[in-house]
Design a protein around this ligand. Sequence first.
Ligand code: PAF
Length: 195
Amino acid sequence: MDIITTVLDQQNYCKSIISNGKEISLIPTMGNLHKGHESLFIKSTENSNRRIVSIFVNPLQFNDTKDYAEYPRSIENDIKILEKHKIDCLFMPNVKDIILDSENKTEPLPDYMSILCGQYRTGHFNGVFEIVKRLFEVAYPSLVYFGRKDYQQILLIKHIIKKYFDNNINLVECETIRDDFGLAMSSRNLHLSTN
Ligand code: PAF
């Protein structure tokens, strides 16, 4: 598996794939990979695209600095999981390189982004917006994979694809994966106690 850490290298890598007649599937994550992510990796084997997974804990989407600091990180184990799934490339940029001082931060989002989860997590979806749009600009994907667990995030991805990529990216929505108790798999479940 190739591991790429800079935006420029990732763009060059993707351009070379495309110029060789292949397409790219992108699976954005924040790492601490679990069975939910693995279901996206499995789904992404249904075509012959080159498969790129990004791991980036995006500070812009945390409205609580403690939550950001404590977000579970497990890169060595994540790499093992990606290799097991024969992912072609891991993109793991650093904050300074991937986050631009762009006008995106003030970009108004559709009204429906400020209800439900958006009502309680000020700035969260603006942060998701900024990083996802940027990842799409860096990786030139024709297919992107996201879990239905984050329903409102799926709506935001559809908005980004329509408004900024002329609907030229196909979104693959993947089913929610649950544990034996019915709880949706999530990296933050590590913070839950067993009783
Ligand atoms: O769903 C997530 O893990 C994140 O919100 C995403 C899409 C990777 C953006 O940081």
